[in-house]
Design a protein around this ligand. Structure first.
Ligand code: G3P
Length: 215
């Protein structure tokens, strides 16, 4: 099985605004259906330009349209062709009650949620609500050079069993830097990976994505 690769652009200076557009122009040459690009809210309208790319939001709110200053509603994302989002990333944690509301709503709107969690306990807890994806990312490894697959193989295995039982796709992330890391994660039962610095901070992001995904 080919891994699904989620590239989180975060709010890195070289991945927001004009630079985001430049990166997407490069990535657009790849034509690989298994890659997802998670963009900053200010860049999500680029979906209308890069229609064939899988573009996800980095977060989404529970409310719909209305008097909700600063909100990113699922409805507004769907209206511009963005049909999925990360949720509860370590850098943007959310209240459990909102997470549950958002997952329930996503099912009605056919919107894909990648629910980020930080521990096996959270995998257990949130798998009950059946999000499309669970992404396990140990916060202490995010942005570093030790890959989650090297540091937490036992947790990935356990998490994949829990997710498989409920047909949830398991992603793993933090410190993923090489094709080896991706392969190891898959061998441990992951469905794909979530990566940021390994690609975005590389001087040649497209080359890194190609080698990391063995594309
Ligand atoms: O969302 C992906 C992220 O948190 C992992 O970051 O830089 O360790 O690949 P990084």
């Amino acid at each position: 099985m080919e891994p699904e690769i989620f590239v989180n652009f975060k709010h890195y200076e070289n991945a927001v605004g004009k630079s985001c557009e430049e990166l997407l122009k490069d990535f657009n040459t790849l034509k690989n259906k298994n890659i997802y690009y998670c963009l900053s809210p200010i860049d999500l309208r680029l979906k209308t330009e890069f229609t064939s790319l899988n573009i996800f939001s980095q977060t989404v709110d529970a409310n719909g349209y209305g008097a909700y200053t600063g909100s990113i509603s699922m409805e507004s994302l769907i209206d511009i062709g963005v049909n999925g989002s990360l949720l509860n990333h370590s850098e943007r944690r959310m209240a459990k009650s909102d997470i549950i509301k958002i997952i329930e709503k996503s099912k009605k709107l056919d919107f894909k949620i990648v629910l980020c969690v930080e521990s096996l306990d959270e995998v257990r807890e949130y798998s009950k609500y059946d999000p499309e994806y669970i992404a396990y990312e140990p916060p202490e490894l995010i942005g570093g050079d030790i890959s989650v697959s090297n540091a937490k193989p036992g947790i990935i295995k356990n998490a994949s069993e829990i997710c498989n039982d409920r047909n949830i796709k398991l992603l793993v992330g933090a410190g993923v830097k090489t094709y080896e890391d991706v392969k190891n994660s898959m061998n441990l039962g992951a469905y794909g990976v979530l990566i940021a610095s390994g690609i975005i901070k590389n001087p040649k992001p497209i080359n890194k994505l190609i080698s990391l995904g063995n594309l």
